[in-house]
Design a protein. Structure first.
Length: 459
């Protein structure tokens, strides 16, 4: 009876400790990783590094000098040599370490064994990136960081660089307009596409850029940001007037660049430029970012007489996509579907949109429209996005690389407040003044109105 009592006394705290650990792992995975997962995974890595590398086929035969040294000093068996391991650097979401590859190895060999390494060291995922020739970095992620998105403190943003989402390897996904000038974002209803657009607008609102919107849903998506917008079109008729103004602004900027190029023979080479970024700061016009929400509305026509207007708008969009980068005009095109069935010019426009972000879609054909021509293997990943995870998307570009990302929650009111606080940054562009939206006053709150809390982007 005494032994049973002792077991109960000892088992009670152990059961409570185990239950607390299970609860923390499910509800607070970051805390669980820092207190429990990190020590366990580090111990596994240090104790089994050599054997795991050998089992994964990542070892090579030792050099003759090493064989002679081992035989001369010890009687141990000469074993294959794994890649030389660097210092293990713990992070809030996992581990990072660098490997110096042995002669004859390549980064693809390590990447092919990522799944084996994940199981061997008990982590959620392993990602391999090349640091320099002969050196790769292993990023071990301890838990599913896309389940509850928490952006890192240091995101690496800057001018025309907006940290808009979190990658599955716990690094920020940054929308860099200087690197990828134009982008296509697709997603079905309630997939998180509007949240992604909201983050872009709120992020760019703090920068000295001109924001222009085309929202053919009567402005319900972009009208809340009217205080920061330089121009807004809420239907196809207004868009048909706004797009020629943007094309004229682009042509004027090209004239400015040409005037700068037509200089005396003795001018230094660094003063000759082919885009606005080579102009002096005082002469450089502000960048313009054009947001097009529900782009399919610009392609649809109700009668034959609307076809001419549609063709003109599509032609102007294509011109902006082909020539706008050098003039500092960037496109952010959003929609639910985008393909050849929209009509003439759709495929040509899509080919100019370098960046691609595909949220949950209703059919495989929509995923192929976004990713099939740049990263075919990413199509299946986009089709596997569950409705229970709004904001989850697959991001790719024309280099063929792709990754899963998820946008954190940002309320419409918070985004509108950011734009209202940045209203003084609206640049003076005479060509866009006729299209400057009116900023309506905020409606008074009704005490009898029920308050509906928004659903955050978590599982």
């Amino acid at each position: 009876m005494t032994d049973l009592t002792m077991l109960l006394e000892v088992g009670g705290p152990l059961a409570a400790l185990g239950g607390g650990a299970a609860y923390t792992r499910a509800k607070h995975p970051g805390v669980y990783w820092s207190t429990v997962g990190l020590p366990i995974s580090t111990t596994r890595l240090l104790s089994s590094y050599g054997s795991v590398m050998e089992a994964c086929g990542l070892t090579v035969a030792p050099s003759r000098l090493r064989v002679l040294a081992v035989k001369a000093t010890t009687r141990r068996e000469v074993r294959p040599v794994p890649p030389r391991r660097g210092i293990i650097r713990p992070t809030s979401t996992g581990l990072r370490l660098r490997l110096r590859l042995a002669p004859g190895q390549e980064p693809a060999d390590v990447a092919a064994s990522a799944e084996r390494l994940r199981h061997a060291w008990g982590v959620h995922a392993v990602y391999v990136t090349t640091v320099k020739p002969g050196v790769v970095e292993l990023r071990l992620v301890g838990f599913d960081v896309l389940r509850r998105v928490r952006m890192p403190r240091k995101t690496g943003g800057g001018f025309l660089k907006v940290p808009v989402a979190l990658r599955e390897d716990a690094t920020p996904f940054i929308r860099d307009y200087r690197t990828i000038p134009h982008q296509l974002t697709l997603g079905a209803t309630l997939s998180g596409k509007s949240m992604y657009l909201r983050h872009l607008v709120a992020g760019l609102a703090r920068h000295p850029v001109a924001l222009v919107g085309i929202d053919c849903k009567r402005g319900v998506e972009l009208a809340p940001f009217a205080s920061r917008l330089s121009a807004l079109a809420t239907d196809s008729e207004q868009a048909a007037e706004l797009l020629p103004a943007l094309v004229k602004e682009m042509e004027d900027r090209y004239d400015l660049i040409k005037a700068r190029q037509g200089i005396a023979p003795g001018t230094p080479d660094e003063e000759i430029t082919s885009d606005i970024w080579g102009l002096p700061d005082k002469e450089r016009p502000v960048p313009v970012v054009l947001f097009v929400d529900e782009v399919a509305e610009l392609f649809l026509v109700a009668s034959r007489k609307d076809e001419e207007r549609r063709d003109e708008m599509v032609t102007q969009l294509i011109r902006l996509a082909q020539l706008g980068r050098a003039a500092g005009i960037y496109l952010e095109v959003c929609g639910q579907r985008f393909g050849a069935e929209l009509g003439k010019g759709a495929t040509m426009l899509r080919a100019q949109l370098t960046g691609r972000v595909c949220h949950r879609v209703n059919d495989e054909a929509s995923a192929k429209m976004a990713l099939g021509d740049i990263a075919p293997e990413a199509v299946s990943a986009a089709c596997a996005i569950a409705p229970e995870r709004p904001g989850l998307a697959v991001a790719g570009d024309t280099s063929g690389g792709w990754s899963r990302i998820r946008t954190p929650y940002l309320s419409l009111a918070d985004a509108a407040d950011i734009c209202h606080a940045s209203a003084d940054l609206v640049p003076d562009l005479p060509a866009l003044k006729p299209f400057r939206p009116d900023v309506p006053g905020r409606p008074a709150e009704s005490p009898a109105a029920p308050v509906v809390q928004p659903r955050p982007l978590t599982d």
